[in-house]
Design a protein around this ligand. Structure first.
Ligand code: NDP
Ligand code: MG
Length: 363
């Protein structure tokens, strides 16, 4: 039986994992649960008779201590946002494998995260549905030439004017039910931008060999192109259970039909292009991956500040992209090769984005 610890246990990823373990009676031993402030963690911990940690208000180093005391074969990082980076590095420093949903860890940590993982002999197994799919496809086709990442297009793909978008409309994702931050990122396609950068670092592909296609049904989770010109894909209904359980079991999912089978008597699959003007944040993310250095960090932090401000009702929807693009106008051409340097750059980008908020006429 594999033992696991779940970080972000009360969130969308954490709950999907826990519901699958309980609902499908999966063979995992839950060794610890971590959330930020949701006291629901206490009842969850009782269910699994395991220790828990509520991180809000706790001192630096408390998560590391908790992980040291409650070691597991693999840790699922389902923390939302940039707070996930330090948690990922804590897991890696204790030589535990990492099932990584927190894409921000990869975008912020970049090569440093992967060199730390290599130094500690730790595997980083992606949970993001597209990357889980690509991870498994690349095992079968290690010489693939190109990655094609699918995007649902979010709630506004067919809407030309987003001036008056409400928070409720932006949170109304057509195919996935997820946490608030990633749902807004899916509306602006910043999420796909983060995923392009994530794929670049995870699989060592340059920006020019990663394509994004809009696939409204979220059934094809991504594709790889091999040298013959053929494409291979993975298809399931939109459900995070498989990517989560696949990462926790290192691809060896032993349970039958862990997700609903597809209904091939009634299945339309469409693939469309996306417009750089309509979705400038996806375009900007390609630039960030090409340049690397501090650009992905600036992209991630400016976007996080802007999305939180939108969710708090402080800025209109269209300001999100403007704030991020303004921050990317700065000079982020220095290499961050330690956690301290990464954190410095994170703080600088955050400060610049906050200045952008202050300049905004706002609502
Ligand atoms: P949610 O907002 O639903 O959940 C976030 C979880 O992280 C909660 O348990 C929350 O605790 C905890 N958390 C928030 N802030 C902190 C902090 N500062 N320190 C420690 N814990 C914290 O997010 P999602 O589950 O949707 O997303 C989690 C990650 O997975 C994100 O990086 C997202 O991009 C990625 N992802 C999510 C997908 C999905 O389907 N949801 C799909 C692919 C990737 P509390 O409840 O106590 O606030
Ligand atoms: Mg994804």
């Amino acid at each position: 039986m594999r033992s696991i610890i779940i970080l972000g246990a009360t969130g969308s990823i954490g709950s999907t994992c826990i519901n699958a373990i309980i609902g499908k009676k999966l063979d995992f031993q839950v060794k610890g649960l971590v959330s930020f402030s949701d006291p629901g963690i206490i009842a969850l911990a009782r269910t699994f008779s395991c220790p828990y940690l509520l991180m809000k208000g706790k001192k630096d180093g408390e998560l590391l201590e908790f992980l040291k005391e409650n070691r597991a074969d693999i840790v699922l990082n389902g923390i939302a946002g940039s707070a996930g980076l330090k948690a990922s590095l804590d897991v890696i420093s204790l030589n535990m494998d990492l099932a990584l949903a927190n894409k921000e860890s990869i975008v912020l940590g970049g090569s440093f995260l992967f060199s730390e993982a290599a130094r500690n002999g730790v595997r980083i197994i992606p949970v993001d549905s597209e990357h889980s799919c690509l991870y498994n496809l690349l095992r079968a086709f290690p010489d693939a030439r190109e990655l094609v990442i699918t995007a649902s297009g979010g709630p506004f793909y067919n809407r030309s004017n987003t001036d008056d978008v409400t928070i409720g409309e932006a949170l109304n994702h057509p195919t996935w039910k997820m946490g608030r931050k990633i749902t807004i990122d899916s509306a602006t396609l910043a999420n796909k931008g983060l995923e392009v950068i994530e794929a670049g670092f995870l699989f060592g592909f340059p920006a020019g060999r990663i394509r994004v296609t809009v696939h409204r049904q979220s059934v094809v989770h991504s594709l790889v192109k091999v040298s013959s010109g053929a494409y291979y894909a993975q298809l399931t209904p939109p459900d995070m259970t498989l990517p989560i359980i696949s990462a926790l079991s290192d691809g060896k999912v032993s349970i039958d039909d862990i997700v609903e089978p597809l209904d091939f008597t009634n299945l339309d699959l469409t693939f469309r292009s996306w417009d750089k003007k309509q979705f400038p944040l996806l375009d900007a993310a390609y630039m960030c991956l090409e340049r690397k250095q501090g650009w992905p960090i600036a992209f991630n932090m400016a976007n996080e500040v802007a999305v939180n401000a939108f969710l708090d009702g402080r800025i209109p929807y269209n300001r999100i992209a403007e704030i991020v693009l303004d921050v990317l106008d700065g000079n982020w051409a220095s290499e961050a090769s330690s956690l301290a340097e990464i954190e410095q750059m994170m703080a600088a980008a955050k400060e610049l984005a906050c200045k952008g908020l202050a300049r905004c006429s706002c609502i």
